[in-house]
Design a protein around this ligand. Structure first.
Ligand SMILES: *Cc1c(COP(=O)(O)O)cnc(C)c1O
Length: 430
């Protein structure tokens, strides 16, 4: 495959953009080689700067659950464009989007829009602190909640990929209030809360962890979080920026039947435009300015374009059978990959929840914690990544990212992917 144009664009980008990228994982550092530059997307496919076509399992890191250039989303955006790009004031469409979010995620009684997932989690934590009048918070190892200072402790995703779990430039005083516990370890949570639960403003957690590859919650883990929060007056925040409208129309909280006090959203609700949201119980959300004393704002919050795309996405995903179909396709893909890896004699396992999946070069039967994720064979992943790319399949360029399937991925795309995987596994076995 020829990548000459991507290569020269990367050379040019490195002169004017740090590392040539606007977000670190895009740089291919953990898989080696040069990153690809893209110029188009159509349904399940991405087209790079050299006109190569790939089946896309990144989906803009999750939002494109309908595939690239879905006509419903494009029309909604075009209609809004003709009415104006932004007003910096309220619109009727914001009420429609908020109402739709509340209808689909009943734990949310009121919701506010932001421009990114990072702002959603940062704001939700501020509100939880204001509500409880407490300062300390709990997060989990390998969970990523955006790049706010106090959350860059043992964060997953890019921070993990680069082997720098903590960032330079974050004063120690900012993270002193953040306690980090192991994901899926209910006993650790219980003993921590028994000692200092009354000081904790909130627990923030990815109810399906999607930034250390994909790790579903262990049985009882989310129940434990709910019960310690109830006991100690701590706010339970589900960061569903990734899992919301990705694993079910009601998010991971609907799949596992646990009701958080607050929820953060992003990715799918913007359909690929910059958006985030946080919401929850009315008495907590009413702490926010102008009603209460917790300040939170945004010039572009509720951008009419993002809202138009969001309404369109939520209408599409709330059609009956949407997540059954998406989940079946993901399951079919995972079963096919496991079968082909086994035939080639490569130790390999998968996780899947709805339209999200994780692939692991691991001897474990099931990967269910951070230690098992980091113990996976990184060199095999690198080789697999490049073999799949050569076979016309674009995976996230890091072993710590979840994979995403869309409704545009049909039997034909799955067949092509499995053919490429068969060759890739065979080349690993040699
Ligand atoms: C992507 C992500 C974020 C950050 O969202 P941005 O829009 O990148 O700021 C936060 N939490 C989770 C779980 C995410 O997957």
């Amino acid at each position: 495959m020829n990548h000459a144009n991507s290569k020269s664009l990367f050379d040019a980008a490195q002169k004017v953009i740090p590392g040539g990228v606007n977000s670190p994982v895009r740089a291919f550092r953990s898989v080696g080689g040069n990153p690809l530059f893209f110029k188009g997307g159509e349904g399940a496919y991405l087209i790079d700067a050299d006109d190569n076509r790939y089946i896309d399992y990144v989906g803009a890191w999750g939002p494109l659950i309908l595939g690239h250039g879905n006509p419903l989303v494009v029309d909604a955006l075009r209609n809004q464009l003709e009415q104006g790009i932004g007003y910096g004031a309220s619109t009727e469409a914001e009420i429609r989007l908020a109402s739709k979010i509340i209808e689909l995620v009943p734990s949310i009684e009121k919701v506010r829009l932001t421009t990114s997932g990072t702002e959603a989690t940062m704001s939700a934590i501020r509100v939880a602190r204001g509500y409880t009048r407490r300062d300390e918070i709990v997060k989990f190892e390998g969970c990523y909640h955006g790049h706010a200072d106090g959350l860059l402790v043992k964060a997953g995703s890019g921070a993990l990929t680069l082997g720098e779990p903590d960032s330079l430039g974050v004063p120690k005083a900012y993270t002193d209030l953040t306690h980090v516990l192991p994901y899926n370890d209910s006993e650790a949570v219980e003993s921590f809360f028994a000692k200092q639960g009354d000081k904790i403003a909130c627990i923030i957690v990815e109810p399906v962890a999607g930034n250390m590859n994909l790790v579903p919650p262990a049985p009882g883990f989310l129940e434990t979080l709910r019960s310690v929060c109830d006991k100690h007056g701590t706010v339970l925040i589900f960061d569903e920026v990734m899992s919301g409208f990705r694993v079910a129309s009601g998010g991971a909280q609907a799949v596992y039947g646990i009701t958080p006090d607050m929820t953060c959203l992003g990715k799918v609700i913007g359909g690929g435009l910059p958006v985030g949201a946080f919401g929850g119980r009315k008495e907590i959300m009413d702490m926010i300015a102008p009603l209460g004393g917790v300040y939170q704002a945004g010039t572009l919050s509720g951008s009419p374009l993002a809202v138009a795309a969001g309404i369109c996405m939520l209408e599409a995903v709330s059609q009956p059978g949407f997540y059954e179909t998406l989940g079946q396709r993901a399951a079919q893909l995972m079963a096919g990959l496991r079968e082909r890896a086994a035939t080639a004699g490569i130790p390999f396992t998968t996780n899947q929840v709805g339209g999200m999946f994780g692939c692991f070069f691991s001897e474990e039967e099931q990967v269910s914690n951070f230690a098992q994720v980091t113990a996976c064979n990184a060199e095999r992943f690198q080789n697999y990544f490049h073999a799949m790319l050569d076979g016309g399949v674009y995976l996230a360029p890091s072993a710590f990212e979840a994979g995403f399937i869309s409704m545009a991925h049909g039997d034909e795309e799955i067949r092509i992917t499995l053919d490429a995987a068969e060759q890739a596994f065979n080349s690993l076995a040699q």
